[in-house]
Design a protein around this ligand. Sequence first.
Ligand code: NAD
Length: 314
Amino acid sequence: MSATYLVTGGMGCLGAWTLYHLHRQGKRAVCFDLSEDRQRLDLLLSRDEQAAITFVRGDLTDTQQVRDVFAQHAITHVIHMAALQVPFCRANPPMGAQVNVTGAVNIFEAARHTGVNHVAMASSVAVYGPPELYAPGLLPADAPVAPRTLYGVYKVANELTAQVYWHDYGISSTVLRPYTVYGLGRDQGLTSEPTKAMQAAARGEDFHINFGGAMQFHFASDVALQFILAAEQVSNGALAFNLGGPIVSVAEVARLIMAARPGVRITHTESGLPFPAGCDGSALYAHAATVYATPLAAGIAATIAAFAERLSSG
Ligand SMILES: NC(=O)c1ccc[n+]([C@@H]2O[C@H](COP(=O)([O-])OP(=O)(O)OC[C@H]3O[C@@H](n4cnc5c(N)ncnc54)[C@H](O)[C@@H]3O)[C@@H](O)[C@H]2O)c1
């Protein structure tokens, strides 16, 4: 059976990067998304290149639609990314639960009914609580979850759902928990501001990032590659991994942006995010054949250059 990758949320930032890398690797991809807005994908692939991708407009909350996309496209690999982000879950909790919780259940149900035995799925560091709940230093991967947002609660539900499908049906899963993702296409939510600062810098404009503190940053391209690998490397259980990486201050990110675009001024607010500064990613390094970790300075420089190139080509 030839491999066909389902990418839910393919119109989103990480989904678009995942479709981009699947295309570059010559792999067949099906994008399942409620949105038909290709603006993020258009940043990464030409419309000619996108012609190789199958686009299915569908709603994750609809059990039958999800099952149909698995069956009709003979899905063999699953990368489940579609979700509503923190502000949307806060604004409409029932809808957030439907998309983020029921949606993931629908993915596992469809896998069960179509014989797919492994799922890769996006979670988040939002499963953890505020830093004062934990001992100082790098948060161990097995630190207790204690989400303070409904979004985080829904992600915990996803991780526990994955465990039940492993125990009851033998469907394995690899769940990855990104922290702050940056790169082309990262355009919504508070933590998109470092990327917006890179875009402003590419235009030669100043920018103020509305948070500070220190955290782990992941290049969207790397995260997408990690998800593809997570979908391909069948695990022996329902595994969840932090991505890890160096803990970097927002001040340092601002400095790197200014170093890449001398003349622009990037400022930031001092107050940090309500999460521990860093989550231990050593388990991922032990498990994964490769961990994609572009150095921050290189990722920032590549992102600014990519924005500049797209701006100059209109
Ligand atoms: N970007 C980050 O910094 C970050 C950090 C941690 C975790 N994550 C997780 O990674 C995943 C991808 O994040 P992203 O930044 O690409 O998100 P995004 O908001 O850019 O994209 C989400 C996509 O899901 C789609 N979607 C929403 N509701 C849907 C529905 N009912 N049916 C089908 N599609 C629907 C949207 O149309 C959108 O294209 C998410 O699960 C997110 O929670 C992201």
